[in-house]
Design a protein around this ligand. Structure first.
Ligand code: PLP
Length: 438
């Protein structure tokens, strides 16, 4: 009783504390949100509205968004076309609940996904709706691969990031996130990603040797899971040739080839899928982040029909049918038939390529190289602390951007795909200024 009273008292004090108008909004976050919060620490502003490539804080200051919700708002904030469709759906009392009932919104999304994305690319896949986050899609993909092959081991790659729920975390490289698991992370073996080992080291030949040798100590894997560009791992790019060899290895071993296109997909590299010009045909593809197009949670797993071995309801969840996200996602897909959008995307990639080349040449001393491709690029600093310094200096100039890579040495440029070219150019000039003043 005593402790309950005390708790109530504390809760009362907290509520009073938060309601106090004089308490700055950021202090409410610091006081009440768990210590686990992270992005709000690096970007100490309270954002209230957003449009296109701009975020606005409570005082009305505009920030250029080079983080784009970690790649979940590729079409910009509150894109008018997507927003109108969502509002109209709500206005008409469209079904919102997220259980996987058949709904008009789901049917419309599936029709358009087939018509706009799959059919024109000659792709034959079933769509699995998973829980609405990327890590949910990865869990489903890994579980399916294990079921389809009857094998436990999954091969993943150095510096890979696949999410933080336990199965996905086992495939993730990041040491801090792995250490937080609190249990052993089993049944994953890791191979060096393309270019991880200096020189001409052939990590696919190495993998082949290990997995084909019955006495190597490695069992045959159920799957290979790979990102074509490692977003969190530092914008490391896999070459088309390497990916083709990896696919061939997976095929030879009877393993499922999974591409985690959660961050690199949905247009980030310049095409809808990050690999569509690479001549590979993954058995399973994970999509999330920008699949809904406006930041609403949604994730899907694309499965080649012969691997769709799920029993009905074998992998389920209450929120596997976010209808509002389906409405947004279907509308977002319309951009892939929109010449203006496609031209702007190509132009923006040229602007970023050229801008970063200039920055690199000017600051050859502090910078190592340009990494990534499309509108998914970064610059590697010789000293990781310089990348962080520039990130902070950019925030002072009201540009929101992150660092990535094993030591945070890569400054990451990830604006909405629809950013006006002039704003993109101007922001890259600001990066130039910040590096100059290091
Ligand atoms: C973000 C990300 C995930 C995890 O997605 P969440 O929605 O954060 O769970 C998985 N894979 C890749 C490549 C990602 O970038």
């Amino acid at each position: 009783m005593h402790t309950e009273e005390k708790m109530e008292d504390q809760v009362g004090q907290r509520i009073a504390h938060c309601e106090e108008r004089s308490i700055p909004a950021m202090m409410v976050i610091e006081h009440t949100e768990s210590n686990v919060r992270s992005y709000s620490r690096g970007f100490p502003a309270v954002f209230s509205t957003a449009k296109g490539s701009l975020l606005y804080d409570e005082a009305g200051n505009a920030y250029v968004d080079f983080l784009a919700g970690a790649g979940s708002v590729n079409y910009g904030h509150n894109d008018a076309r997507i927003k109108d469709a969502v509002i109209e759906y709500l206005q008409n009392d469209g079904v919102v609940q997220g259980l996987d009932l058949a709904t008009t919104a789901k049917v419309a999304f599936l029709r358009d996904f087939e018509r706009i994305v799959l059919a024109p690319r000659g792709m034959d896949y079933r769509v699995q709706f998973t829980g609405p986050t990327g890590t949910n899609a990865v869990e489903a993909a890994l579980k399916l691969a294990r079921k389809a092959t009857g094998r436990a081991i999954v091969a993943s790659f150095t510096n890979g990031f696949h999410g933080v729920s336990l199965g996905a975390l086992a495939a993730t490289g990041n040491g801090i996130k792995r250490a937080a698991a609190g249990v052993s992370l089993n049944d994953v073996v890791r191979l060096p990603f393309d270019g991880y080992v200096d020189g001409d080291f052939d990590s696919i030949a190495y993998g082949r040797k290990l997995f084909e040798d019955p006495s190597s100590g490695y069992g045959k894997p159920a799957a290979f899971i790979v990102e074509t560009v490692q977003g969190e791992g530092g914008l490391n790019v896999a070459s088309a040739q390497w990916l083709r060899s990896l696919q061939a290895l997976a095929t030879d071993l009877g393993a499922i080839f999974i591409v985690d296109d959660i961050q690199a997909g949905c247009g980030r590299t310049g095409t809808f899928f990050s690999f569509e010009r690479f001549g590979i045909h993954p058995a399973v593809i994970c999509l999330s982040k920008s699949i809904s197009g406006n930041g609403l949670p949604m994730a899907i797993v694309l499965i080649k029909p012969k691997y769709d071995v799920w029993a009905p309801g074998e992998h389920n969840g209450t929120f596997r049918g976010n209808n509002l996200a389906f409405v947004a996602a279907r509308t977002a897909l319309s951009y892939w038939q929109d010449k203006h959008f496609l031209t702007q995307l190509d132009e923006n990639i040229c602007v970023m390529d050229a801008g970063l080349e200039t920055v690199l040449k000017k600051h050859a001393k502090s910078l190592v190289r340009r990494k990534g491709r499309g509108l998914f690029q970064g610059i590697e600093f010789a000293r990781p602390e310089d990348a962080m310094r520039v990130r902070r200096a950019m925030f002072d100039r009201r540009v929101v951007m992150e660092v990535s890579g094993p030591r945070g040495e890569v400054l990451k440029l990830m604006p909405p795909l629809t950013i006006p070219a002039t704003l993109l150019e101007r922001s890259i000039k600001l990066i130039d200024e910040c590096i100059a003043s290091l």
